[in-house]
Design a protein around this ligand. Structure first.
Ligand code: HEM
Length: 439
């Protein structure tokens, strides 16, 4: 979901630096209170892979809520960890720009490394260009469109759930979370249905740092993303002369006054935004809900006793998991926040995952409570002009999924430890072994 597809992930480079807060050589992650405050660097992806970031964020919220780091690769950056600070920065696009990227990256004046893909996408733009591009595609998630999509989603949910092997162990992530979100994406793009797993692959490739996961080298990633561009360009060419235009994301971009003349890398960027935006986030929320209910059996009982709690449970899952832990902004001017002097050009990381656990704003924030009051009062979709475009669609998919689960299964039982993604930008669950029990 970012221009960081350009280059090796900065998070990973940070993780390999000698010295400061470096525990990537297989050593134990230290207790957050044993680390000198100034050495804390919460972008370290291992914290998220091992789900050990909570104590670090708690310490930063209490002791240093606007926390400074500076490295040779990234230059200066600040971690914001309190709810209200994050919301204030997110809502202030005049002073805090998205135009230099939405993940921790190189200093604003640095040159891109050789061979990097210089792509752009509207999440990483400021007005006015951001606004017109967003307006071009947002009808896909307008209330009327969602109304039409709901029966399609329900039919697919039913067919996936009905195909699950009762009483046998299987992988929830692959069989349900990935399959459902990929089918949804294929519908939004009107993408050839039988080839839909290409979308999953491109989504994973776009966010994977080379060398530690599914792609080995930056060249391999570049090659795969160019295949993605070529595939979608073919679809664009087939649809650009269609009259009336189709009601899918590619047709909207191909016919939109403000998008029809996009350069290839802008088309690719927006494709990646829409693929990753609609895929990883919702997929991980589907898995996170199963995990949270298993870890909190009293909440599962509440749900069984009153399935109408699903509508409230969905935003609670999204808060509790926080599928995108942070978004970055860049300061357009010098500014002070909580006594810290932010300089023009500094990067700011808005740690939604921490703000969602801020007890000054959220009551008992570390607890998963499906009947929580004001459950939609969370940061996971961001705020301001970049607030998640697909938030209602994501909530609808999760609601329909849980409605259909509850009419079939007394329990989706987690039968092994989850595996988590090595990333501090996407909070991913990659494996979740389960067994389903009929009613
Ligand atoms: C639980 C699921 C989801 C979560 C947690 C999530 C989270 C986010 C966040 C945090 C942002 C940035 C907000 C900001 O900077 O203030 C965002 C933007 C965006 N999301 Fe989502 N998202 C989800 C699902 C979806 C879906 C299903 C779509 C598909 C249409 C989607 C499309 C987008 C787009 C296009 C943007 C860019 C908006 C802009 O820059 O104006 N998201 N999302």
């Amino acid at each position: 979901m970012s221009e960081a597809v350009n280059t090796e992930s900065v998070e990973e480079q940070e993780n390999r630096r000698p010295g400061q807060f470096n525990f990537d050589k297989g050593g134990e992650i230290p207790d957050p209170y044993d680390v000198p405050l100034e050495d804390i660097n919460v972008v370290n992806p291992r914290l998220f892979q091992e789900n050990k970031m909570w104590g670090y964020f708690e310490r930063l919220r209490n002791e240093d809520p606007v926390h400074f780091n500076e490295t040779d690769i990234t230059g200066r950056y600040w971690s914001l960890t309190k709810y209200e600070d994050i919301k204030a920065v997110d809502c202030d696009h005049e002073r805090f720009s998205s135009g230099n990227g939405i993940t921790l990256g190189l200093p604003v004046d640095a040159e891109l490394p050789e061979g990097a893909l210089n792509i752009s996408m509207f999440i990483a733009m400021d007005p006015p260009k951001h606004d017109v591009q967003r307006a071009t595609v947002s009808p896909i998630v307008a209330p009327m469109s969602l109304k039409k999509l709901e029966p399609v989603i329900r039919e697919r949910v039913c067919s996936i759930l009905d195909s699950l092997p009762i009483g046998e162990e299987f992988e929830w992530v692959d069989k349900v979370s990935i399959e459902l979100t990929t089918q949804m994406l294929a519908t939004l793009f009107d993408f050839p249905f039988e080839e839909r797993r290409k979308l999953t692959r491109w989504s994973d490739v776009a966010t994977a740092p080379p060398g530690i996961g599914i792609v080995d080298t930056p060249e391999q990633r570049r090659e795969e993303l160019m295949e993605c561009l070529a595939y979608f360009t073919k679809l664009w060419n087939e649809r650009v002369h269609q009259d009336p235009p189709g009601n899918d994301l590619i047709s909207m971009l191909a016919h939109g006054e403000n998008t029809k003349n996009m350069q290839p890398f802008e088309f690719l960027g927006n494709l990646i935004l829409l693929i990753v935006g609609g895929n990883d986030t919702t997929r991980n929320s589907m898995s996170a809900g199963v995990l949270a209910l298993n870890r909190n059996p009293a909440e599962y009982d509440k749900l069984r006793n009153d399935p109408s709690l699903i509508t409230n449970m969905v935003p609670e899952i999204i808060r509790y998991h926080t599928p995108l832990p942070y978004m970055r902004r860049t300061a357009n001017q010098d500014i002070e926040i909580r006594g810290k002097q932010i300089k023009a050009g500094d990067q700011l990381l808005m740690w939604y995952v921490s703000g969602n656990r801020d007890d000054e704003v959220i009551d008992r924030p570390d607890e998963f409570l499906i009947d929580r009051a004001n459950a939609r009062h969370h940061l996971s979709f961001g705020f301001g002009i970049h607030r998640c475009m697909g938030n209602r669609l994501a909530e609808m998919q999760l609601r329909v999924l849980w409605e259909e689960i509850m009419t079939r299964f007394s329990k989706v039982e987690v039968v092994g430890e989850p595996e988590r993604l090595r990333s501090s930008f996407v909070r991913g669950i990659t494996d979740l072994p389960v067994r389903v029990h009929p009613l």
